[in-house]
Design a protein around this ligand. Structure first.
Ligand code: BTN
Length: 254
């Protein structure tokens, strides 16, 4: 169990050397009735998946490629809250182990010095309006050197090694993040999203700054005001109109 100090997160761990995607395995386990807290970990993904149908570069032994199964009794609309919660857990876990202060770019990219160190992808299975299972995929770039990245990622991605010139023990980072995540999830179930939202906003890079949100229907330029309780991003444009952004790529504009 990798020396885990958690109560239920990671009580069942499925560990594989090479997989297509840990998301797929976790989905199958969820479907078969695996219990909440089940985790799938792999050393390498051949078909790692990212948001918006992108692929996720997951080289062998270099990073943490992990999927976490949760079964919260919440409406589908609230599922993004758990993605935001996971980003907070990752920031806190990274900080505890490495001392690096990472930041969150809405909705759930974790960045260090403006470059991406972690991506989170949440997929869910639901009957009518209730969530049956939530698969939270976490990809953390840990020990990659810059030349391990394909050229097109070298300007936008980073790793914990690149930031600190130090090799990190991935198990220690997994332990820290899962412990944070379990604590936050317990707070969430007992007290709702508000305390998590405050933490999320304290790490958020984009709140209060001028951003460009590229959505499927066009670009919105304005000031990011904050997030709603559902995790929707609020952006105020030059005319003073507030837009609710459900899905977009965000860049900081000056
Ligand atoms: C993104 O930023 O686009 C999300 C990337 C999510 C990557 C992780 S790695 C573990 C899990 N398995 C996958 O195929 N994807 C997620």
């Amino acid at each position: 169990r990798f020396g885990l100090k958690t109560k239920f997160l990671g009580r069942n761990i499925f560990y594989e050397e090479t997989v297509d995607s840990t998301q797929k395995i976790a989905q199958k386990l969820a479907y078969e009735g695996a219990e909440e807290g089940t985790i799938v970990l792999a050393e390498e993904q051949i078909g790692g998946r990212g948001r918006m149908d992108r692929s996720w570069h997951s080289p062998k032994y270099k990073g943490i490629w992990m999927s976490v199964l949760l079964r919260p009794n919440i409406p589908i609309m609230q599922a993004p809250q758990l993605t935001l919660l996971t980003a907070v857990a990752v920031v806190q876990g990274i900080e505890e182990v490495t001392g690096i202060q990472a930041q969150i770019k809405w909705p759930n990219d974790v960045l260090i010095n403006g470059k991406k160190v972690t991506g989170i992808l949440t997929e869910l299975q639901a009957d009518s309006d209730r969530i049956h299972s939530l698969i939270i995929g976490i990809g953390i770039n840990v020990n990659q050197h810059i030349e391990d990245y394909p050229e097109e990622l070298q300007n936008t991605a980073t790793s914990l090694f690149i930031e600190k010139k130090e090799d990190w023990n991935r198990a220690v980072i997994i332990q820290a993040i899962l412990l944070k995540m379990e604590k936050l999830y317990t707070i969430y179930l007992e007290n709702g999203f508000y305390p998590i939202k405050l933490l999320w906003e304290s790490y958020a890079l984009t709140i209060g700054t001028r951003i460009t949100a590229s959505t499927l229907t066009g670009k919105i330029v304005g000031k990011a005001l904050g997030i709603t309780d559902d995790g929707v991003l609020l952006v105020e444009d030059e005319q003073g109109t507030t837009h609710r952004i459900y899905s977009a790529d965000i860049s900081v504009t000056s």
